[in-house]
Design a protein around this ligand. Sequence first.
Ligand SMILES: Cc1ncc(COP(=O)(O)O)c(C=O)c1O
Length: 438
Amino acid sequence: MADLYTRDGHALSSLQKLRFFPLSITGGHGSYVIDEAGRELLDLSASWGAASLGHSHPALIEAVTSALSNQAGASVLSSTNEAVVGLAERLLDKVPGRGDRRVWFGHSGSDANETVARAVVAATGRPRIITFTGSYHGGTAGSIAVSGHSVQEHADKADGLISLHYPDPYRPIDGDTSGEATLDELRRRFETDAAPNEIAAIFIEPIQSDGGLIVPPAGFMKALCGLCRQHGILVVSDEVKVGVGRTGRFSCHEHEDFVPDIVTMGKGLGGGLPLSAVIGPADVMNFATSFSMQTLHGNPVCAAAGHAVLDTISSEGLSENAGRTGAYLMNRLRQLMQVHELIGDVRGRGLAIGVELVHSRTDKTPAARAAAKIVYRAFELGLVHYYVGMNSNVLEMTPPLNLSEAEADEAVAILDKAITEVVANRVPDSALDGFDGW
Ligand SMILES: Cc1ncc(COP(=O)(O)O)c(C=O)c1O
């Protein structure tokens, strides 16, 4: 029989493939995945941050097995169950917010953000939404419609969508490293083509994830939030990639002194099972019934996985570990900057880290081809990670939250070697044939 990757090519649609190298996974434990040849690879992506507890964590196995052994239905649409109610109560407790709030559960970051985009417009009667260039809020029509990532630029956008520049301290517009230029841009738009009373919400990412792991300037989100609040515009914090303990706090916005109206979560919340959540004000979240539902939403097996993730974050101190090990890893990566001119910037919070590659630190020309080759070569050497960014030149690290310092060292050693070999032109262009990335 052909190998698994070849069979994948013959059997699976390309529509959902985003491939960087020929990885076939047959199992995993902790921060490692095992490929078809039995090779163990250190997983610094965790399937784009979803495998928050790593692979085959006993708490997740136990929770899911137990939920399936006495299955309390498979949905929350027309019945309720303890797992889903209890999880909502815990999230209301853990995620900062104000007033009377409710929780909605879905399967993905995409359905969570799509639900919010529809609900805020319907509930407020205001037709327009603000987003940022480079934002990625999902892969369904409604979440693409409020996103600004180049990979989706040919897809339809929401009517009247207002797009702002995300302030990037590494690539400031006109030298502005404070984000004031973006705030001015918004004030100007309010007075010209974007009447505030027509705007239901602004979608923010407290760290812009697929746009290049960009940490905004300190104070920017608070100022933005204040400006929007003055006009009754709801602030939606998309924490699908960077929430649920990843940055060293449970919610990423806790690093900044502001409280959003709505928070969306996904990926790591289910630890690898499909689970997302929206927390928001009751007047929006209870605006209608039968408004945003899919049969398996709120199923108790995925909710049980959510409980296991929250339990383990707390019992194993995983937020703290993400903060501590993330700082350690970032520091090690910054040391690599002294050896490799190609690294223009290392940034992030906790275990959400971006390494931006440039041909020259002076003009900061994005080194996209090098990024593609480095992730490819790192894979050959035993490390799984991918790249992101509007220029496809930012290596992304979103490993399991229980990553150890020894594993961080192992990753840095492999990356060091991969960069050295790519810079020395030892990785041929042909290696990338068939791997388009994004
Ligand atoms: C910030 C953010 N929001 C939403 C999504 C969409 O999540 P999903 O792919 O689980 O639907 C992603 C996925 O990368 C993301 O990074």
